[in-house]
Ligand binder design. Structure first.
Ligand SMILES: Nc1nc2c(ncn2[C@@H]2O[C@H](COP(=O)(O)OP(=O)(O)OP(=O)(O)O)[C@@H](O)[C@H]2O)c(=O)[nH]1
Ligand SMILES: [Mg+2]
Length: 285
């Protein structure tokens, strides 16, 4: 009998959830940034190995909400946890030991799914500095050098239910390409814009024409204040041009096709605190 189930990668912001998803799938699906709170919506990555299908879900970092977008991020993370067959609780190895998951996640009670503690960023700790008092069910991984991934898969497999595969073994993603296009534009914003500005950036795909060659994508980068618009556009349009080029390269890498990205900057006042705007940007249903 085959095994198949959902593994949710969960933890505090910035612990390396998205990086681990990408390392496990072997593809850049989830956006990564040195800045915390880059993931706003869960990203699903599929890995089928022999008789096992892992449905990995990268979830937004668990935090105490300060505004409406945070609330939808937290709700999405909690919904993913409720659907999990196993929770991979990620915590950086340099900050060993990990506090209890319920405490980090701010949960009232222990989740139904079993929890596997995964120490991330193991490459940052030299072997001689590794904690010795690790419990047998703790695993150390590095998304950067690929350490511990096989062991992690082996441990997770034991927690997955016997089930037929739910997806074609060739598939690695379940979300539409336009979802990834919007995410990669945001990732480029995290790379090219400074300080708090990436947090004010939302993205909407207006048109996605796959039948065209190159693929035609029309997207809007939303900012919250008029003054931010000028910064995102940049002097003589240089910043938005660089942003478009970076995002286009990321989208082309995933699609394996040439892309024409038609990028516009618009104002959506205080969208992070506006229910209708959040819905429009796909953060709530
Ligand atoms: N050295 C090292 N850095 C890592 C590793 N994994 C992630 N990072 C870095 O840690 C930072 C955060 O990584 P992300 O994967 O975006 O973390 P996240 O948990 O998804 O963050 P949020 O979505 O914002 O909650 C980035 O700068 C990564 O490059 C690792 O294995 N080793
Ligand atoms: Mg992330």
């Amino acid at each position: 009998m085959t095994k198949c189930g959902t593994v949710v990668l969960a933890g505090a912001p910035n612990v390396g959830k998205s990086s681990l998803l990408n390392a496990l799938i072997g593809e850049h699906l989830a956006i990564v940034s040195p800045k915390p709170q880059s993931t706003r919506r869960p990203v699903v990555g599929l890995l089928t190995q022999d008789d096992t299908q892992y449905i990995f879900t990268d979830s937004p970092g668990l935090l105490e909400p300060e505004y409406l977008l945070h609330e939808s991020m937290r709700r999405a993370a909690l919904a993913a946890l409720a659907d999990a067959d196993v929770i991979a609780y990620l915590h950086p190895l340099p900050e060993h030991p990990a506090p209890p998951f319920v405490q980090v996640a701010g949960l009232a009670r222990t989740p139904r799914a079993s929890i596997v503690t995964v120490y991330t960023k193991a490459d940052l700790v030299s072997p001689s500095d590794r904690p010795t008092a690790r419990q047998s069910d703790e695993i150390a991984v590095s998304a950067v050098v690929g350490e511990g991934l096989g062991t992690l898969l082996h441990v997770l497999r034991a927690h997955l239910p016997e089930s037929p595969f739910l997806y074609d073994p060739e598939e690695m993603a379940t979300q539409p390409l336009r979802f990834f296009a919007a995410e990669f534009i945001r990732e480029a914003a995290f790379e090219l814009l400074h300080e708090e500005l990436p947090y004010s950036v939302g993205c909407e795909i207006d048109e996605f024409r796959e039948a065209h060659d190159p693929v035609y994508i029309r997207a809007v980068v939303y900012v919250e204040r008029d003054s931010q618009k000028g910064i995102v556009i940049g002097e003589a349009g240089r910043t938005i041009k660089a942003l478009g080029q970076a995002a286009r390269a990321k989208i082309e890498a995933l699609l394996g096709r040439r892309v024409f990205l038609d990028l516009h900057v618009k104002l959506l006042p205080k969208w992070r605190r506006d229910a209708a705007a959040l819905k429009r940007l796909g953060y709530t249903t």
